[in-house]
Design a protein around this ligand. Structure first.
Ligand code: MN
Length: 281
């Protein structure tokens, strides 16, 4: 029998607010799920009241990792210290490498009363934490998709079913937007040693735990898988939409302070000093 990954934990996420008061659900980066190496944080926006997001994320710095913004409904307008400016719309993603430092603003806006999307933080290894900042704005039309039995898989990064996603990540990542019809079965092959979670954000899935029992992950939740080999899930009666995040662990110490993620406390203190003196970006 081939090896299978098993569903070991399901986390519901934690309501929080960030920026200038944007209400969101923190799915990863919480007391119950600190990180899934190399993924440091996952925030989910799902708003239909402008008062819960209007103030947005005005100018703020980052250093030491990559932010990935994935939109399903609504917009995010962004502008940074290097002169980049743009608008992310439904189906678009932005892969931003903060590296040695960037200061930017991210301002969400509804379309037809809806705002739905994610921001994922991907760590950088020590050797790349101070790399040059880089933006990749990838429009929905440039995201290839694979039609599978009972669903559609959009490939943002890494390889799936012979398709390579357009985003270039510094850390080897497979990032997929998986939509499954009601009760559909879906199986993917994972790379040995990779960390893996799926954020279920519409509908629900079930998958087997390490004792072969079916565990349910309803939206919104993060399903964390362990082991090696194939991973198999079954969509619930309302189908499922899943953000699939697989990546090679960096296995280095993580020191965090707000928008900075470094290896040591000293490096964090340097980041704060650089920001305060204007040397960060
Ligand atoms: Mn930001």
């Amino acid at each position: 029998m081939s090896e299978k990954r098993t569903l070991t934990q399901v986390h519901a996420g934690m309501p929080t607010s960030d920026g200038a008061g944007v209400q969101l659900t923190r799915m990863i980066g919480t007391p119950s799920l600190d990180m899934v190496d190399p993924f440091l944080m996952l925030d989910r926006m799902n708003n239909d009241d402008p008062d819960t997001y209007m103030a947005g994320f005005p100018d703020h710095p980052h250093r030491g990792f990559e932010t990935v913004t994935i939109m399903f409904e609504g917009l995010v307008r962004h502008k940074d210290s290097v002169g980049n400016e743009g608008v992310l719309g439904p189906g678009d993603i932005q892969w931003m490498t903060a590296g040695k430092g960037i200061i930017h603003s991210e301002m969400p806006e509804m379309i037809e009363g809806r705002l739905r999307g994610f921001q994922l933080w991907v760590n950088l290894p020590a050797a790349l934490k101070m790399t040059e900042p880089r933006y990749q704005d990838i429009p929905a039309n440039d995201v290839p998709s694979a039609h599978v039995e009972g669903g559609v898989v959009r490939v943002f990064a890494g390889e799936y079913d012979g398709i390579t996603g357009p985003a270039r990540a510094h850390t080897p990542i497979r990032l997929l937007d998986v939509t499954l019809e009601p009760n559909a079965d879906w199986t993917a092959m994972t790379d040995t040693g990779n960390g893996l979670f799926m954020c279920v954000h519409e509908g629900s899935i079930t998958a087997a735990d390490n004792l072969g029992r079916d565990q349910q992950a309803p939206a919104p939740s993060v399903a964390v898988f362990h082991g090696e080999g194939e991973v198999s899930v079954t969509a619930g009666p309302d189908g499922a939409q899943i953000l699939y995040c697989e990546g090679r662990p960096i296995n280095e110490p993580v020191a965090r302070y707000g928008p900075f993620v470094m290896n040591t406390r000293r490096e964090l203190e340097q980041a704060v000093r650089d920001f305060q003196s204007g040397a960060l970006a």
